[in-house]
Design a protein around this ligand. Structure first.
Ligand SMILES: Nc1ncnc2c1ncn2[C@@H]1O[C@H](COP(=O)(O)OP(=O)(O)OP(=O)(O)O)[C@@H](O)[C@H]1O
Length: 234
C-alpha cells in the first residue's frame, strides 16, 4: 500500500500570556492509504492537536505534514481552506449539525463546495437513516445525529475521514454501532480513517495504533489481524 500521510518532526506550541505550552514535541509517524488508524492517549496528550493539524484546522509550529503528494505545512490560508473543504471529512464528539437544517439538508449543505461529492440521499441510506431524511437534529437521537454527521463527512468523498472521540457522547451500544459503521465504511470505500480516543479497548479494531504521551509518540503498532468491533468488549 502507498503512503498517504506523513508527520515529520512536527511541533506545536501555544502561547498563553507569558506561558508557552508545548502540545506536540516532535511527532513522527506515517499512515498508508486505506488504513484505519486509532490515535490513543490520555487527556492532554496531544491527540486533538495532531488531528487538527492533519485536518488543516490548526497549523504546526515546525516540522512537515505531507498528505498525498502535497506538503500541507506549506499551504497558505486559501489552499488550507480548500484542503479542509474538499479533502477532509470531520466527525466530532458533539456532532455539530446545523439545528435548523434537516438531516438531508445538513449533508447537502456540506457537499455544496465539493466537486466530486456523493449523493446525500444515498449516503444517508447507507448509514441507515433513509427514513429520517426530513428530521431536524433535535428530533434525532444522539446516535442518529452522529450517523448524520458521518454521512455529512463521507458524502464529501474526502481523502481522509478524521474522527475526534466520535462515541464520546454516546452510550455503549450506540457507540459500538457508530464504530462499526466507521469500520464498515473504511472497508467498503478504502478511505483512510483516523480516530482519536482515550479508550484503549478499541485498539484491536485498527490497522495501526498510534499512542501519544505528553506531546510525543509513545509507540506505533500495526495489528497483524484487526478485529471486528462486534468482537470487542469494554
Ligand atoms: N488553543 C490552545 N491554546 C492553548 N493550549 C492548548 C490549545 N489547544 C490545546 N492546548 C494544550 O495542548 C495540550 C494538548 O491538547 P490536546 O487537545 O491535543 O490533547 P488531547 O490528547 O486531545 O486531550 P483530550 O483527550 O482531553 O481532548 C494540552 O495541554 C492542552 O491544554
Amino acid at each position: 500500500m502507498k503512503q498517504l500521510i506523513e508527520f515529520r518532526n512536527v511541533t506545536k506550541e501555544y502561547n498563553v500570556g507569558e506561558v508557552t505550552i508545548k502540545a506536540l514535541a516532535g511527532v513522527d509517524f506515517s499512515i498508508l492509504e486505506g488504513e484505519f488508524v486509532v490515535v490513543l492517549g490520555a487527556s492532554g496528550a496531544g491527540k486533538s492537536t495532531i488531528l487538527n493539524i492533519l485536518g488543516g484546522m490548526d497549523t504546526a509550529s515546525s516540522g512537515q505534514v505531507i498528505v498525498g503528494d502535497k506538503e500541507i505545512t506549506r499551504f497558505n490560508e486559501k489552499k488550507l481552506t480548500q484542503y479542509r473543504g474538499e479533502k477532509v471529512g470531520f466527525v466530532f464528539q458533539f456532532y455539530n449539525l446545523i439545528p435548523n437544517l434537516n438531516a438531508l439538508e445538513n449533508v447537502e449543505f456540506a457537499t455544496e463546495v465539493c466537486s466530486s461529492h456523493l449523493d446525500a440521499k444515498d449516503i444517508l441510506t447507507k448509514v441507515g437513516l433513509q427514513h429520517r431524511l426530513k428530521n431536524f437534529p433535535s428530533q434525532l437521537s444522539g446516535g442518529e445525529q452522529q450517523r448524520v454527521a458521518i454521512a455529512r463527512a463521507v458524502a464529501k468523498n474526502p481523502l481522509l475521514l478524521l474522527c475526534d472521540e466520535p462515541t464520546g457522547a454516546l452510550d455503549y451500544v450506540t457507540g459500538k454501532s457508530v464504530l462499526k459503521l466507521l469500520q464498515d465504511l473504511n472497508k467498503e470505500t478504502n478511505k483512510c480513517v483516523v480516530l482519536v480516543t482515550h479508550n484503549s479497548a478499541i485498539a484491536p479494531m485498527a490497522d495501526k495504533v498510534i499512542k501519544v504521551k505528553s506531546g510525543m509518540i509513545e509507540s506505533v503498532t500495526v495489528n497483524q489481524e484487526k478485529q471486528s468491533v462486534e468482537g470487542i468488549e469494554w
